[in-house]
Design a protein around this ligand. Sequence first.
Ligand code: HEM
Length: 291
Amino acid sequence: MDQVLILCRLLQYGSAILLFGIATFQWVVAPIGLREAFARRLSTIFAAAAIIAILTSAAWLFLLSGKMAGDWADVWTPSTWSAVLADTEFGQVWRYRIVIALLLYGFIIARRPRSWRIEVGLSALFLASLGLVGHAAMFDGMRGWINRASQVLHLLSGGFWLGSLLPLLFCMGALSDKALRTDAGTALKRFSGAGHFAVALVIATGFLNTRLVLDRWPIHFSSPYEMLLAAKIALVLIMICLALVNRYILVPRLASDEGAPKNLRLATLTETIIGIGVIRLVSVFGTLPPQ
Ligand code: HEM
């Protein structure tokens, strides 16, 4: 059951991060010409991510019901679901999350978004709601609220960084299109500015989360939680190095070096794959006791 729950968490975090990344890229980063050019492709991916978000939200409730009751049979028992919905913090947040996911899907199939403002608002709520459950909800009082707030900021900043990488790859493809090249260049510059802020915030809230949840640095590798958290931090350090090479070596060479666009795409694709590895680790260690 644990492996199915971990897969469900991976798909839920992945779809939530993709929804927020695509919507913020289209609303904040892409100039109008580029936003229109990407609208059909990104709307289709957005709708698919919204469906995955809805299905994994339901699966997470069913699986957690089975896990809390300690029996696979309870995965399929409505009375156990309603007990989880009524009596747990996860259940109380889940009710809002499923409504937001259904609204997200409804809006994206009802019309082609023009500004993506509504999608940014709803996807931010959906992603942020994941910061109100799990270990962030372990503590009460001030410490509990600081942990939830830090986790919400952590998810939104990490979500913007990681979730924007797919539209950014499309943007790099548009550099070779005469009609879109200028807008694509503008989007790369805008992302770089916002990206610096997002990376700084995800690191700062990551360290705060570590202090609040673990109350020490993750150096005791006999603890599976600490080992996986340390592995996550190592992967994020590699992502930061790739992002810095992109920003300060490859992007400045775009006008002069023929190979730069291809290398930029390769480095960004590698950053994306490592980012999926980060979510994979989180999907596991978020289910382990932080000791
Ligand atoms: C690309 C960058 C990052 C992404 C996408 C990311 C993503 C996430 C996600 C999705 C969670 C939620 C886990 C849950 O609720 O179970 C999380 C939690 C956490 N992250 Fe990150 N993170 C990133 C960087 C970092 C860094 C750099 C650190 C440490 C310095 C860090 C430390 C933590 C900690 C301690 C938690 C709490 C885990 C728990 O609830 O037990 N993260 N992160």
